[in-house]
Design a protein around this ligand. Structure first.
Ligand code: AMP
Ligand code: GLY
Length: 421
């Protein structure tokens, strides 16, 4: 089979690596991929703003299946476009992708189907939002509607911060976000919860906890994710049942009533408060770095699972997992999530030995003059599978020390809540 993967991050390298293991794979194309995928697939640079470019390439190379990694093309309707051409594609369609594309869409769904979530109000102008602040308790959370690459969320301890946030959002900091949400602040512990669905059947696809803040001790600015561990320390059978029954199933029922079935990975960002789940947000894709952290635990053929989702036969497909602890640490460019230098060679990458229970997934990398160079904020993901989170973390830290990339930095405390020092 010939498979195409859309995206260029660590998540897509992990997907590419897992798919490559299938006996049925003949060729993989990555649009555009990175230096890691270049070793196991063909990287193809196309302008994906115009889906026609992709369609033509798919027909030219006779690609059998497209797997969409990131949210943007999903929200823009790539699945609807490709399906119209009878191209097999894994990911939710445009209606379903609003779960991530519009926070207001999701909140309205929560209201209608009584899905537990933070109390909220929707505001379409500065005046109304500011008047609401006069009668609010703090902290509260202000969110731009629409895609904002994880940056459109403000946790406001005080009123002046809330006023600033309202101004920034309505002054166009997040492009087309014309509305905002003001939400109750939920105090608990976060968990990333994943399912995969073919529209009829839902199957568990793991849990994780990621560390979004740039500094140790979960301090500093928000990032795309500095590292994660799987499984989450919070998950239990009883919590799992609550999440499925109170959150996932009503969501998929709601979509069905809007005429959409959900095919693809679904990622629920949850706040767990006293063993009760509350929905913070949905993402219509795997998480990054959660995907890199979870996929090494998969003990089944990913290609078969994905095809069964496209064909509506997920109920007949077994998904098995290794009973191991997986942990990932992201090596970033110094300066991230703000300004950072690009095109810096990672000199020792070819010399370090990656053990069998370890994985090095590339993210912002590119081969320049035969050398792997950094071109992004998050550069490499090191993942280790072992009997304990502590062992996994130690093995990665040893490897990162051997790599000693002078332009990079990483958090040494990933998983601190599950690792007793
Ligand atoms: P989001 O982009 O919606 O996931 O928000 C980014 C981060 O903000 C989340 O991972 C949470 O840490 C935090 N957050 C969002 N909404 C809330 C809320 N209602 N209460 C507390 N924290 C929140
Ligand atoms: N790690 C968070 C995300 O993928 O959105």
């Amino acid at each position: 089979m010939k498979v195409g993967i859309i995206g260029s991050g660590g998540r897509e390298h992990a997907l590419c690596h897992a798919l490559k293991k299938s006996d049925k794979i003949k060729e993989i194309y990555c649009f555009p991929g990175n230096a890691g995928t270049a070793k196991i697939a063909q990287n193809i640079s196309l302008d994906l703003q115009d889906f026609n470019n992709l369609k033509e390439f798919i027909f030219l190379k006779k690609i059998d299946l497209i797997v969409v990694g990131p949210e943007k093309p999903l929200v823009d309707g790539i699945v609807d476009f490709l399906e119209k051409q009878n191209i097999k594609v894994f990911g939710p369609n445009k209606i379903a992708a609003q779960l991530e594309g519009s926070k207001i869409f999701t909140k309205n769904l929560c209201n209608k189907y009584k899905i537990p979530t933070a109390k909220f109000g929707i505001f379409t102008n500065k005046e109304d939002a500011n008047i609401f602040l006069n009668s609010s308790n703090f902290p509260l959370v202000i969110k731009a509607d629409g895609l904002a690459s994880g940056k459109g969320v403000y946790i406001c301890e005080k009123k002046n911060k809330a006023i600033e946030a309202i101004n920034e959002i309505f002054d166009g900091k997040f492009g087309d976000a014309k509305n905002l949400l003001i939400e109750e602040f939920l105090e608990g512990e976060e968990m990333s919860y994943f399912v995969i669905s073919d529209g009829k059947t839902i199957k568990n696809f793991g849990t994780a906890q990621d560390h979004k803040r740039v500094l140790e001790g979960d301090k500093g600015k928000n990032t795309g994710g500095m590292g994660a561990y799987s499984p989450s320390r919070l998950i239990s059978d009883s919590l799992d049942k609550k999440i499925i029954n109170k959150i996932i199933k009503p969501t998929l029922r709601g979509l069905k009533e809007l005429g959409a079935t959900y095919k693809g990975f679904l990622y629920a960002g949850l706040m767990i408060i006293k063993n009760e789940p509350y929905l913070i947000e949905y993402n219509v894709r795997m998480g990054d770095p959660e995907c890199q952290t979870i996929l090494p635990k998969l003990n089944s053929d990913l290609l078969e699972i994905i095809i069964s989702c496209c064909d509506g036969s997920l109920d007949k497909t077994k998904i098995n997992w290794h009973d191991k602890k997986s942990l990932s640490i992201v090596l970033c460019s110094k300066g991230y999530p703000d300004e950072f230098e690009k095109n810096i060679p990672i000199k020792k990458l070819n010399q370090i030995k990656i053990r069998d229970n370890m994985f090095c997934y590339h993210a912002g990398t590119k081969i320049i003059k035969n050398e792997v160079c950094s071109i992004g904020g998050r550069v490499l993901n090191f993942v280790c599978l072992s009997e304990s989170f502590k062992e996994s973390r130690n093995e990665i830290l040893n490897t990162l020390n051997l790599l000693s990339w002078e332009n990079g930095f990483f958090r040494k405390d990933i998983g601190y809540k599950v690792i007793n020092e």
